[in-house]
Ligand binder design. Structure first.
Ligand code: SF4
Length: 249
């Protein structure tokens, strides 16, 4: 991606790129991304080159499996959240994408609209993704650990996660993403079955599932709206994820 355009996206996110080059921070933003583990520079980041374009239809079998999953989530009563939700929120984006973004659970706006990551947090996530050449319209799929909104946006309960996680695992099996980005503590800890703080999960490749899909952890955009000082760390995470993905291609 051109530096000019990337800087525009970074400014939209709220990361100041107009700092002296000598500061080191600017150099870090402008520098080509190192290949993980090597420190070597790589080529310009391709916008998820392996993703099948959104316009390419799923096979009839895959399409039927996705529709079955969607219908099951819509009618699901496995946990108490079904009683208070407006609708189940399965996911959005390209179901053949290489990148899968996983958050925590629908919020009020997501529950109303039936789509994950809408509202201000969703706009910030979209801006962050655009900065590395990704968008929900073309080459990324976005889902949550929980498909129904916890009342008052409270944290999911363990029994709710246990009841709902099989749906996400089916999505992953259907998609077979090449890289998973877990956004926020709740998503990361539940996916990795750990209570290690988010800060210690960042900056590492976590092999996930039977296929050892690389999973990378970063902050939730809602947290970043409350704590803008950490946006730069999130940008570091995205650059790290981008470098890991590049190693896969
Ligand atoms: S959160 Fe998941 S398990 Fe619970 S009712 Fe919704 S879809 Fe079903």
């Amino acid at each position: 991606m051109e530096t000019h355009r990337r800087n525009q996206y970074l400014e939209a996110i709220g990361i100041d790129v107009w700092v002296p080059r000598s500061s080191g921070v600017s150099q870090a933003l402008e520098a080509p991304l190192p290949a993980p583990g090597t420190g070597a520079s790589g080529p310009a980041f391709p916008a998820s080159p392996g993703s099948v374009p959104l316009s390419v239809p799923l096979s009839p079998e895959l399409s039927a499996d996705w529709e079955k999953l969607r219908a099951e989530v819509s009618a699901c009563t496995r946990c108490a959240l079904h009683a208070t939700r407006t609708q189940g929120v399965l996911g959005v984006g390209n179901r053949q994408a290489d990148w899968l973004i996983i958050g925590e659970a629908p919020g009020a706006e997501e529950d109303r609209r039936g789509e994950p990551f809408v509202g201000r947090a969703g706009q910030l996530l979209d801006a962050m993704l655009r900065a590395i050449g990704l968008s929900r319209e073309t080459n990324v799929y976005i889902a949550n650990v929980l498909k129904s909104r916890p009342p008052g946006n409270r944290d999911p309960k363990p029994n709710e996660v246990a009841a709902c996680l099989p749906y996400l695992m089916r999505q992953i099996a259907l998609m077979r993403p090449r890289l998973i980005l877990a956004v926020g503590r709740i998503a990361a800890q539940n996916l990795l079955s750990t209570d290690v703080p988010l800060g210690r999960l960042r900056g590492k490749i976590h092999p996930f599932g039977e296929l050892n899909t690389p999973l990378i952890v970063t902050y939730h955009p809602a947290y970043l709206l409350r704590t803008p000082a950490d946006k730069r760390k999130a940008w570091d995470d995205l650059k790290f994820a981008r470098g890991v993905f590049r190693q896969l291609t």
